[in-house]
Ligand binder design. Structure first.
Ligand SMILES: Cc1cc2nc3c(=O)[nH]c(=O)nc-3n(C[C@H](O)[C@H](O)[C@H](O)COP(=O)(O)OP(=O)(O)OC[C@H]3O[C@@H](n4cnc5c(N)ncnc54)[C@H](O)[C@@H]3O)c2cc1C
Length: 448
């Protein structure tokens, strides 16, 4: 391996220059930190706003489940011998046999979150309570500024995740009675609202609806709106799941931006649909309410709906909704609105000073190179890697856990300028590219 970095030293001292500084510690950067833990000559440190590791705490509702395999953990797909695997966690917690006997079809998200927190509590390269307020470049060094102090690094990796998407009509209403699902765990129990509208038919919307239907609240009327043609399930079948393979990403990288968009649209339900268990749970609860419990909650499910306008009225909100199925327009009243309207990638505000130097695409998204580096006009040797920013450039798997270890391995290979991890494509069954087409793949050769 090319020894381009200084000797092992995982603690940052004042004045010390890091090889890599990570902004945000969610699963993506935690995966990177876990893999770097086995590499002794990279000085890396990761910074997180929260006081400790916490995985989407606002959506840790009762009984929520992981939508991906626990083997796609922080490290296993590229380094199965790592001590930071999910299996290693189960063994350390002395619950491997019990876990196996539980025969989960899907692992509880609470369990996976505990695994992630277990890893985070032991890695020495992580700093919590450290919001990165500003990133700047001085000569050939990035300066990260916190409320107290600063750090200096040659390269940075953005791992700040997705930001809740709030439709423009909802922005002025945000508060106790109109909120994004990312705050559901705290806001739902305090919601004293007989009529609630949930907007969004994806997994988050489904989890909120499930929690509301099962809660002992004052709920009398529930309206669930989805834009999709129906309350669509996640497509979790064998061939569909190929889009979560390195081979698919290698093929996808060959497409032009219009082709990428088409491919992304075609595979959307491999990622954004409802889990079958959530669908069944909601359906059975509705059945019970309707036929066995005498309609204690009036639940109305409305697919094909666009909420086009919302106004406040004396009792709460008045929603104007267009039905795409038959073209009708409806008016619905609600005392509270839960926005399960998705997430989007945006660079953190901390990048204000550098943002004019970062290339954006026609949709205002930062342009991400094949090796997960942002295109920018700074010094070539100072790279800005970005995790979970490549849903459009690298395919649907980029915003999921599925390929996070593989992506982290690519970032490490690019950083070290060598094939530290073997990321050669596996033997595969599906020919994504035309016969005779040589996939470009992800190259570790950095052309600077
Ligand atoms: C509720 C939910 C459930 C999901 N379940 C699954 C699943 O089962 N399977 C799957 O494959 N995918 C799932 N996903 C999708 C995806 O895997 C997760 O969103 C995952 O958490 C992404 O990890 P991340 O590290 O990129 O971002 P995040 O987990 O969002 O972490 C980003 C971190 O950055 C911190 N941060 C932000 N700004 C700063 C700053 N300026 N300074 C310091 N720290 C900062 C934040 O506090 C946060 O901790 C789920 C997504 C959601 C929302």
């Amino acid at each position: 391996m090319t020894a381009i970095f200084a000797s092992n030293n995982r603690t940052t001292h004042a004045g010390e220059v890091l090889d890599l500084a990570g902004i945000g510690i969610g699963p993506s950067n935690l995966s990177l930190a876990s893999l770097l833990d086995s590499i002794t000559n990279v000085r890396a440190r990761f910074y997180e706003s929260r006081p400790q590791f916490d995985w989407h705490p606002g959506m840790m509702l009762p009984d929520v489940e992981l939508q991906s395999s626990y083997l796609k953990d922080l490290v296993t797909p590229v380094m199965p011998t790592s001590r930071w695997s999910f299996i290693a966690y189960l063994v350390a917690q002395k619950r491997l046999y019990a876990f196996l006997n539980a025969q989960y079809e899907a692992v509880p998200r609470r369990e996976f979150a505990q695994y992630l927190a277990w890893v985070a509590s032991q890695l020495k390269s992580l700093s919590f309570d450290s919001t990165v307020r500003e990133v700047d470049l001085e000569k050939d060094r990035f300066i990260l500024r916190f409320d107290h102090g600063a750090a200096t690094a040659k390269n940075i990796v953005v791992g700040t995740g997705m930001t809740p998407f709030v439709p423009s009509w909802a922005v002025s209403f945000l508060g106790d009675r109109c909120f994004h699902n990312s705050e559901a765990r705290w806001r739902l129990p305090a919601l004293n609202a007989p009529r609630i509208a949930v907007i969004g038919g994806g997994q988050s919307g489904g989890e909120v609806v499930e929690a509301l239907l099962n809660s002992k609240s004052t709920l009398k009327e529930l309206n669930w709106f989805s834009r999709r043609h129906n309350f669509e399930p996640i497509n979790d079948t064998a061939f569909s799941n190929q889009v979560f393979s390195p081979e698919y990403v290698y093929a996808y990288l060959n497409l032009n931006s219009d082709q990428k968009l088409e491919a992304l649209k075609a595979s959307i339900l491999t990622s954004d649909g409802l889990s079958i268990s959530t669908i069944n749970s909601i359906y059975r609860r509705l059945y019970s309410l309707r036929y066995l419990e005498n309609h204690t909650i009036d639940a109305k499910l409305s697919p094909n709906r666009d909420v086009i306008q919302v106004e406040t009225d004396k009792d709460g909100y008045r929603l104007i909704v267009r039905n795409r199925f038959d073209g009708g327009v409806e008016v619905v009243h609600a005392d509270a609105i839960v926005l399960a309207t998705g997430y989007q990638f945006r660079l953190p505000d901390a990048f204000a000073k550098l943002q004019d130097r970062i290339q954006l695409d026609r949709n205002n998204r930062p342009v991400l190179g094949d090796d997960y580096c942002l295109n920018w006009n700074g010094p070539k040797q100072n790279r800005i890697f970005a995790q979970n920013a490549g849903r459009y450039s690298h395919g649907i798997a980029d915003s999921q856990l599925s390929l996070m270890a593989w992506r982290s391995a690519h970032i490490i290979n690019a950083l070290l300028e060598t094939d530290h991890f073997d990321l050669e494509p596996h033997d595969y069954q599906v020919n994504w590219l035309s016969m005779g087409h040589d996939a470009v793949g992800l190259s570790v050769a950095v052309d600077y």
